[in-house]
Ligand binder design. Structure first.
Ligand code: GLN
Length: 380
């Protein structure tokens, strides 16, 4: 394996989902719904295939999807963007992140990353030769240590990569935090790459896109995807929204990474994004019910549950059960209890920082969530 990837292991999601299968455990690890996306979106995909929308798409997105993304972004943020010049469709948000980083970061540029972080960020930054500067968010509220951020920014800082609502903690960046980050970025001429794939799963506060704050649109790449919002994580349709001078870099990288994403799925994605408001309201309501079952259940089992404002994840402290660290706890949970969770130490620069925390997801049907809670009540 190439040196730039030597330190990275098989992703934790791959590891845990294969253990789930091996031990017949209930999988509350990898974040994928065990229910299907909406019929009207699936039908749109079938129709697109039948209608012959099956050859390469335009590299930066089929025109109808670029327009639907712009319409959605305007509804969500009030920002008006040019679908032809400021939107790039990618194969999931993971590719949007890769294209953004590879298209805009030079080897040696410093990029600031908040830990815990989704595992692909660090690997992608490493592929680009970026110098990663870490800032750790700490329980109970995982708030941003602004003074530390200030002192971490240097003349070599090219960008901050942030994720709100935040995987794995469920933290949402508050308006105050985003304002402080924004003014530091403007002052120091720093870009921001934001991963907002859980924006429709914002339960305890309103989601704020950093791009919508004064002075920020011109220095922000806003990324999102279809997977979480429409329970279609396997479709891998994502996008990056950025002003033309940044979109240029994103598109150059995207052109030579994947060139284009799946054509019929893009047409169906356009239909999805034009769903009536009621779709988004119901999605949130359904997830709120699932969240309540899991959170109350985990508390009843005896975990210390940290508050989660958004995403379909919740982080707990497993130490009441006496295992030495998060990995040992998750192994025990799979083998002896029959439930899968994700150890969080893999999301930190220093694995010690995550040793008390494990992540559960509630993107499963209510019966599955109850069954997992019952197993833990009985056997932990
Ligand atoms: N985003 C999903 C999670 O955090 C997993 C994606 C993946 O498997 N790489 O669970």
């Amino acid at each position: 394996v190439a040196k730039r990837l030597e330190k990275f292991k098989t992703t934790i999601f791959t590891q845990m989902s294969s253990l789930a299968i091996k031990y017949g455990a209930i999988n509350l690890g990898q974040g994928f719904p065990n229910f299907d996306g909406p019929e009207f979106v699936k039908e749109a995909a079938i129709q697109a295939i039948i209608d012959g929308k099956n050859q390469y798409a335009r590299g930066y997105g089929v025109p109808d999807l670029n327009s639907a993304i712009a319409e959605r972004f305007k509804k969500d943020t009030g920002l008006v963007v040019d679908p032809e010049k400021e939107i790039t469709v990618t194969s999931g948000c993971t590719e949007a992140i890769a294209a953004t980083v590879l298209g805009l970061i030079n080897p040696g540029d410093e990029v600031i990353l908040f830990a815990p972080f989704y595992d692909s960020y660090e690997a992608t930054l490493s592929m680009a030769g970026a110098k990663v500067k870490g800032i750790t968010l700490c329980p109970p509220d995982f708030s941003v240590p602004i003074n530390e951020l200030k002192s971490t920014i240097s003349k070599n800082t090219r960008a901050i990569l942030l994720n709100t609502p935040h995987n794995p903690t469920g933290k949402m960046f508050t308006r105050e935090e985003l304002n402080e980050i924004a003014s530091l970025c403007v002052e120091n001429d720093v870009l921001v790459f934001t991963d907002e794939v859980y924006d429709k799963l914002a339960f305890e506060m309103d989601h704020i896109s950093l791009a919508s704050l004064p002075g920020m649109y011109e220095r922000t790449v806003t990324m999102n995807s279809l997977g979480k919002t429409f329970s279609l994580t396997g479709w891998k349709i994502g996008w990056a929204i950025a002003p033309p001078h940044l979109t240029w870099g994103v598109r150059q990288a995207h052109s030579y990474l994947t060139f284009a994403s799946s054509t019929p799925m893009q047409w169906a994605a356009a239909t999805a994004l034009r769903a009536p408001d009621s779709y988004f309201v119901e999605l949130k309501r359904d997830y709120q019910a699932k969240k309540a079952i899991l959170v109350e259940g985990l508390k009843a089992v005896g975990f210390k549950v940290y508050p989660s404002s958004g995403t379909y994840f919740v982080v707990v402290d497993h130490t009441p059960f006496g295992l030495e660290n998060d990995v040992a706890f998750c192994e025990y949970l799979i083998k002896e209890v029959g439930v899968v969770a994700i150890p969080t130490s893999v999301f930190y620069f220093n694995p010690e920082d995550g040793k008390n925390l494990v992540r559960f997801t509630f993107c499963k049907d209510e019966g599955t969530l109850r069954a997992a809670v019952d197993r833990m009540k009985e056997k932990l």
